[in-house]
Design a protein. Structure first.
Length: 181
């Protein structure tokens, strides 16, 4: 597969970003795998539910599930003749859990629907403005520019001077002031 932006041949079909220009290739690999067409399931989906809507649906599911669990536990209580703590606890747990889940979704979760791309990946942007489109430009120096140090320009580590202490430099400064006076 070649990058459609810069033409760089990719090492593998599983490559997520172009090694030269940084273009996101996940959706492109799906199109190439399907002979230039988007799969029907991802093209029809369009947008996913927002986290808020999913939370409300989960709360409704928990609430409706309580209509199945609580009567079963009440029936168990009637058949065994035990105390109704289990049925009452399940009723409180399911009804309360459903209300808390819906409240959490309405108060704290985002109401924006997130578009899904062809591969089901969502663009994530951390600390920037707008979706991330490419990797940053290379800042390295190519090896062809490297020149070896000339004769006498190379220093051995044993020739490097050790830095003096803070008190040495202060003593030198004080002795210069005494000489000046």
């Amino acid at each position: 597969m070649h990058c459609p932006k810069c033409g760089q041949q990719q090492i593998s079909e599983e490559t997520r970003y172009c090694s030269r220009c940084g273009l996101l290739l996940t959706g492109i690999s799906v199109v190439v795998a399907n002979n230039g067409e988007l799969p029907a399931s991802s093209a029809a989906s369009g947008k996913k539910d927002s986290p808020r809507k999913r939370g409300v649906k989960q709360g409704a599911f928990i609430f409706l599930l309580s209509f199945l669990v609580v009567p079963l536990l009440a029936l168990f209580h009637l058949l065994t003749g035990t105390e109704p703590f289990l049925a009452v606890g399940a009723m409180i747990l399911f009804a309360g859990g459903a209300i808390l889940r819906v409240a959490w979704a309405l108060l704290f979760e985002s109401g924006e629907s997130l578009p899904a791309d062809a591969a089901g990946w969502q663009q994530v942007n951390i600390g920037g403005s707008g979706p991330a489109q490419a990797l940053p430009a290379s800042e390295s120096i190519p090896a062809s520019v490297y020149t070896a140090p000339g004769a006498g320009a190379w220093r051995d580590t044993k020739e490097l001077s050790t830095p003096g202490s803070v008190t040495d430099s202060t003593t030198k400064l004080l002795s210069k002031e005494e000489d000046a006076q």
